[in-house]
Write a protein that binds this ligand. Structure first.
Ligand SMILES: [Zn+2]
Ligand SMILES: [Zn+2]
Length: 352
């Protein structure tokens, strides 16, 4: 098999060849059709997440070994199955749910794989889809995508599921409320597209990039704001219930400035959902949390229930597609550079 791999943290990916893996036990070998390029790949390539204050969460210390193959938005075709891989057949075309737990702990046994302390997520902890083949531990992680284009279908396994599961955390808000989506990149734009199916309330979008604000409006946002504009908080609050602020905010960036913007735009008893992994620390005055009865919660990708619900929803044809462009896998380093420079609208997928 052929893969583009991290050989050294922080360096461009390099092509490597290895013998095709043979699926053992419940494993399934997929021939990769295409794989979406996600912002978190940039962090994994660098080898750490920025915790702020000069502190880093290093992937090497989490057990990620080099060489490592990135890529977690995978769609492919089954080419070989292990002796215990019941339910998978050669020729099946499926998207791959990459958020996989150890399979042995109590959380995994109960299907709460995201709570597992020893995740083996594809492309993040184990080898992923920037390759012509990928090994999947069990057929249950393969989801039928019907007649959706594979280039679009793969984006639902990270960009889509991340947006969907974050939106679900604000599904309690009534029609008179407002949710602010901060950051209209691949995931934020997916959230705007999915919002009518998940939320009861209206959605507004904040982004510092005029092009992304325009894309958000076209995707159905009821208003857009430039969060780098000092007047944006007041302007945004003016369109919310009693001018009090938003009932919920989803920060798809996860930077100090966006988290602060989100807190400032919330009404009392509002909920901030933090999704983005940009990094840093946010010095937010602590009395605000009790006095304004705020809730802050994190949201990380989604589970098998979320991906099944999401693919069923997408297959109804009611979710507009995000813009997707295809590139050869050999150009992956250029694609990562464009993503790092903030030049990508929607998603780029690579094909081996
Ligand atoms: Zn991702
Ligand atoms: Zn586990």
């Amino acid at each position: 098999m052929h893969a583009m791999q991290i050989i050294e943290w922080g360096r461009p990916l390099e092509p490597r060849d290895a013998p095709d893996p043979q699926p053992q036990g419940s494993e399934v070998l997929m021939k990769v059709t295409c794989c979406g390029v996600c912002h978190s790949d940039l962090h994994i390539q660098e080898g750490y997440f920025d915790l702020g204050g000069g502190n880093k969460l290093e992937l090497g210390k989490l057990g990620v070994k080099l060489p490592h193959t990135l890529g977690h938005e995978i769609v492919g075709e089954v080419v070989a199955v292990g002796p215990q891989a019941a339910g998978a057949r050669v020729g099946d075309r499926r998207v791959v749910h990459p958020w996989i737990g150890c399979g042995a702990c109590d959380f995994c046994q109960r299907g709460e794989e995201l709570l597992c302390g020893s995740m083996r997520s594809l492309g993040a902890r184990t080898n992923g889809g920037y390759a012509d083949h990928v090994l999947v531990p069990h057929p249950r992680y393969l989801i039928d995508y019907g007649d959706i284009a594979p280039e679009l279908a793969c984006t639902y396994t990270c960009s889509g599921i991340t947006a969907y599961s974050a939106l679900k955390k604000l599904a309690h808000l009534g029609p008179e409320e407002t949710v602010v989506i901060i950051g209209a990149g691949g995931v934020g734009l997916n959230a705007v597209m999915l919002a009518p199916a998940v939320l009861k309330c209206r959605v507004v979008v904040a982004d510092i990039d005029a092009r992304k604000r325009e894309a958000a409006l076209a995707a159905g946002a009821s208003a857009v704001f430039d969060n780098s504009d000092p007047g944006a908080v007041a302007a945004l609050k003016a369109v919310t219930r009693s001018g009090a602020g938003a009932g919920g905010a989803i920060d798809f960036v996860g930077a100090p400035a966006t988290a602060r913007f989100a807190v400032d735009t919330l009404r009392k008893a509002g909920t901030l959902v933090i999704v983005g992994l940009f990094g840093g620390t946010a010095p937010i005055p602590l009395p605000l949390f009790p006095q304004r009865i705020l809730t802050v919660r994190g949201s990380y990708v989604g589970d098998l229930t979320d991906i099944s619900e999401l693919m069923a929803l997408v297959r109804t044809g009611k979710v507009p597609p995000i813009p997707v462009a295809s590139r050869p896998l050999a150009e992956i380093n250029n694609v990562l550079a464009e993503l790092r420079a903030g030049q990508v609208l929607g998603r780029i997928v690579v094909k081996p």
